[in-house]
Design a protein around this ligand. Structure first.
Ligand SMILES: NC(=O)c1ccc[n+]([C@@H]2O[C@H](COP(=O)([O-])OP(=O)(O)OC[C@H]3O[C@@H](n4cnc5c(N)ncnc54)[C@H](O)[C@@H]3O)[C@@H](O)[C@H]2O)c1
Ligand SMILES: [Zn+2]
Length: 364
């Protein structure tokens, strides 16, 4: 087992990463909280696979537990299911010391995290992520929240967990499409911050996709260390943390224009990363080879690397323009200078749509 610490003064916390470590949750939690009652939030898919092990481990460490199941799927990351969680916590007479444990992917993590941030003005929160996206991204850094009918993640809070326990063995049951989508975030860390990590994914792709535990532990540890570094420098995304939005400006627009149905988040971000690399080259910031390296890796994994033609047009500019992260009609766009090196650029949403149209016409 390896530990990465997120250093945030009094709110610092460990991320424990290993293979087959789910049964250590109870002992680890007992060392971090004094209460001996806990709520486990999960969904039926993950619960069926892992709740028993987690509950046994908690009970062996002296915890009484209440399990709250929310239905599977992004569409349930909403106020109605948040209320359902509050009702169950009230019903179980949880007090301010009782931890809320998220067992699942990013949906469960975001929803349970926001419940923990707000119930009784904040109770201890623990992340036990079970998707690759949640291992390397959503479980670390303290962003929690729910969707609003008007948009994704519009309601939320920064609320750091007390402990993150990552068992890479949980990835063995994850559908391959979800694994691949999570791998896009790994490639993103490599592209923006760590050329060695990028090279490792290029070299050991097959071993990663076959869920080699030793390799996955290393990859997840590296990504968590990078995310911890970013969050330590800029917890609330006032500047540097937006480096993590590499590929997300166009990625979010693609997701939104296809109503979150056609692409998984990671797949849309793959399109966005290829676009961001091409834009970086078009502005003279990076070499053509860097773009090719990124695009080729994405294509090798079977990921899309082009904005679908039917989405190119005024609606693309409008969608990017309505992004909550826009400022003064321009978006703070993450460009790449080389693998592992980035720069922020102010780019207009119309320019993005024009470039997409030009590259489509040129068959790029
Ligand atoms: N808080 C953050 O910083 C942050 C960052 C990125 C994404 N997010 C959020 O994360 C969410 C996406 O998370 P996700 O990609 O993990 O999706 P998800 O939570 O919907 O999980 C994907 C699917 O895999 C299933 N699953 C989970 N673990 C499994 C396992 N081990 N074996 C088999 N099936 C398993 C889930 O039930 C679900 O059907 C979005 O809501 C997004 O907004 C948050
Ligand atoms: Zn993302």
């Amino acid at each position: 087992m390896e530990t990465v610490t997120v250093e945030l003064g009094e709110r610092s916390y460990p991320i424990m990463i290993g293979a087959g470590i789910l049964d250590q949750l109870g002992a680890q939690l007992a060392a971090h909280v004094s209460a001996r009652r806990a709520a486990v939030i999960t969904n039926p898919v993950v619960g069926k696979l892992y709740a028993r092990g987690v509950l046994d481990s908690l009970s062996a460490a002296g915890f009484q537990t209440v399990t709250v199941e929310i239905p599977d799927g992004e569409e349930h990351k909403n106020l109605a299911w948040l209320t359902f969680i509050y009702d169950r916590l009230v019903g179980a007479q949880m007090d301010r010391g009782c931890p809320v444990i998220a067992l699942g992917g990013g949906v469960v993590g975001d929803l349970a995290g926001f419940a923990a941030a707000t119930f009784l003005r904040g109770v201890p929160f623990v992340q036990v992520p079970t998707t690759l996206l949640a291992h390397v991204d959503s479980s670390v850094g303290g962003k929690t929240g729910i969707n609003h009918p008007a948009g994704k993640n519009l309601i939320g809070a920064f609320y750091q967990p007390r402990l993150v326990l990552i068992d890479v063995d949980t990835l063995k049951t994850l559908p391959r499409r979800e694994l691949v989508a999570g791998l896009v975030e790994v490639i993103k860390y490599g592209a923006i911050l760590d050329a060695e990590l990028f090279a490792l994914v290029e070299r050991d792709l097959d071993r990663i996709l076959s869920c080699d535990a030793t390799l996955l532990q290393h990859v997840v540890q590296r990504c968590c260390a990078l995310k911890a570094m970013v969050v330590q420098r800029d917890e609330r995304e006032s500047d540097f943390r937006s480096i993590l939005n590499f590929g997300h400006t166009v990625g979010h627009a693609v997701e939104s224009l296809t109503e979150y149905k056609r692409y998984l988040h990671g797949e849309a971000v793959a399109i966005g990363m290829a676009f961001a690399a091409r834009l970086s080259h078009a502005r003279g910031y990076c070499k053509r080879e860097t773009v090719q390296q990124i695009v080729q890796l994405l294509k090798r994994i079977g990921l899309p690397a082009n904005v679908p033609p039917e989405l190119i047009g005024p609606q693309l500019a409008l969608t990017i323009g309505s992004d909550k992260k826009m400022a003064g009609g321009k978006v703070k766009f993450v460009c790449i200078e080389d693998l592992g090196r980035t720069r922020f650029e102010s780019v207009g949403s119309e320019e993005i749509a024009e470039l997409a149209a030009r590259w489509m016409a040129a068959g790029i």
